[in-house]
Write a new protein. Structure first.
Lengths: 239, 281
């Protein structure tokens, strides 16, 4: 079989991103290294998009005021945590991929990729949604709230404080989703009872099984007494 | 793949007509993105008509014993609508067990109908009521009873150029309204066995509907006949031959035919033995 791909057409290798022996530079955490790589890849995508902007323009046909997008990437503006962000993506890309890969906002996690685990929960106009099941085009014109928008600098949101106090995570991968679901609940219901909390969080799976501490953290953040709490200074913590 | 973003229903209809067999309609996208990205290539030639900007389609109206849900009405919209939940309580019950809250806020009743899954929980509740759907095309509007909408596995009487505009439920008085979904868990599960029942308190007619038991969500005429005839049932197993006349559950990744039949029989017996004195315990 013939292959007409010349060596010149190989994609650029990210050789400059780390030492040639593959070890990480001192002072660079694994997380910041991975995030840098992600942003470089996204920056590459932006350059490609600029090159194809003429093609993009032709893809944006207007017929009777109906916008037709694709098949190429299109330039979209997303309002995230009150700030507009320009991205160039295919219109049906899941929102979570745009947040993580194009914008480097990796607080929102992707796990199951099919709306079954809640790790990717963000708010769309105040409602909790699965961002893995939401085409990015449907988020245009809506206000998107992510975990990065909580708190203010070093000042954590009361929910984040309560999650820490009640030790409401182990591996922490589900935590941003749980906090965003809890945030939507508290915005809707000031002082939810335990049954309401459990129902509101039933779409967020935690493989570490931290649910009791999560529920207690939500009680605490809503200013309610936390019964039988084993994880605060006042409790008699075992082990 | 192309995506059209109409802002009016008439534009949506003409875009869909122009797209021919490549056209498909999207209202929420939660079924579509299950395929992403592994099966995205299957949609390479599709022209998607995304209704999300046709905002009047999100409306719920309730007047003169008629509830209308628009093509963009979500499960959560119905949960939040006191009128809808009060007039048709099975809708709220169904909405709360579709996926998670994060899906209920995005998924639409119309999408649930048009996607045609035999496990559709929204359709299960809708079919337990007197439900009609309105299909719009450039040629006008056509009304079809939900009872006769499905013709086979993921196939319907809707034409390629038709958009589901409204779901119309006519309110009756009911003596019995019952909905039960059996899945692996209470939340976040796809149905293994689903049963919805209503009995009209005026003419005593029955609607018995099952999902995940046949190639489509389906009414069960044999069961409805037995109930209308007030035939006594000695126990759960007595329902089995009648269930077999109505549905044909299969073995698949979620359950087995045997489990589904037995559970359906027990659901029927436990739902009705207390409410219908002729059935017996």
């Amino acid at each position: 079989m013939q292959c007409d791909q010349s060596p010149d057409s190989q994609p650029d290798q990210p050789a400059a991103a780390g030492p040639p022996d593959g070890s990480e530079s001192r002072g660079v955490s694994r997380r910041s290294f991975i995030k840098t790589m992600g942003v470089s890849a996204a920056a590459g995508a932006v350059e490609t998009a600029l090159v194809t902007s003429a093609a993009e323009a032709s893809a944006m046909q207007r017929r009777d005021d109906v916008e037709t997008l694709g098949p190429q990437a299109v330039a979209l503006t997303l309002s995230i945590n009150g700030t507009p962000h320009r991205v160039s993506v295919e219109p049906l890309t899941p929102l979570v991929e745009v947040l993580r890969w194009n914008l480097g906002m990796t607080g929102t996690k992707t796990a199951c990729g099919r709306g079954a685990c809640g790790a990717c929960t963000v708010h769309l106009d105040g409602q909790p949604i699965a961002s893995c099941m939401t085409p990015v085009i449907d988020a245009v014109g809506c206000e998107i709230s992510t975990i990065e928008g909580l708190g203010n600098g070093d000042q954590l949101d009361p929910l984040q404080v309560a999650f820490i106090k009640h030790d409401a995570m182990q591996c922490g991968f589900c935590t941003p989703g749980l906090i965003m679901s809890s945030k939507a609940l508290l915005a809707d219901t000031g002082k939810p009872n335990m049954e309401t909390i459990r129902k509101a969080l039933c779409g967020n799976l935690c493989r570490c099984g931290t649910y009791p501490n999560v529920f207690n953290a939500v009680l605490e953040a809503s200013g309610q007494p936390v019964p039988n709490d084993l994880n605060t200074d006042n409790g008699k913590r075992g082990g | 793949m192309r995506v059209c973003m109409p802002t009016t229903l008439s534009d949506a209809c003409s875009m869909l007509a122009d797209a021919g067999t490549a056209g498909r309609v999207m209202a929420g996208g939660t079924d579509l993105l299950v395929d992403w990205p592994q099966r995205a290539h299957e949609h390479d030639d599709t022209i998607w008509i995304d209704l999300s900007r046709v905002t009047p389609l999100r409306r719920i109206t309730c007047a003169d014993h008629v509830l209308r849900l628009g093509a963009l009405t979500t499960y959560w919209d119905v949960v939040q609508s006191e009128q809808a939940a009060e007039a048709f309580p099975l809708l709220k019950q169904a909405a709360r067990v579709v996926g998670s809250l994060q899906i209920q806020t995005r998924g639409t009743w119309a999408g649930n109908i048009m996607n045609g899954s035999p496990a559709a929980d929204g359709v299960l509740a809708l079919m337990a009521y007197d439900t009609t759907i309105e299909l719009r095309s450039t040629a006008g509007v056509r009304r079809v009873s939900l009872d006769t909408f499905y013709t086979g596995y993921r196939s319907t009487v809707a034409r390629a150029d038709e958009i589901l505009e409204s779901i119309v439920l006519r309110r009756h008085r009911y003596r019995i309204q019952y909905f039960e979904k059996i899945g692996t868990r209470q939340a976040q599960a796809i149905t293994k066995v689903g049963l919805a029942l209503t009995q009209d308190s005026a003419d005593h007619s029955w609607r018995v509907v099952m999902n995940s038991m046949a190639p489509t969500v389906t009414r069960c005429p044999a069961l409805e006949g037995v109930l209308s005839a007030q035939q006594p049932m000695a126990g759960p197993d007595a329902w089995l031959p009648i269930i077999d006349a109505d549905v044909s559950p299969i073995d698949d990744l979620r359950s087995t035919s045997r489990y589904r039949r037995v559970v359906a029989a027990r659901l029927l017996h436990s739902a009705l033995a207390d409410r219908c004195d002729w059935i017996g315990q």
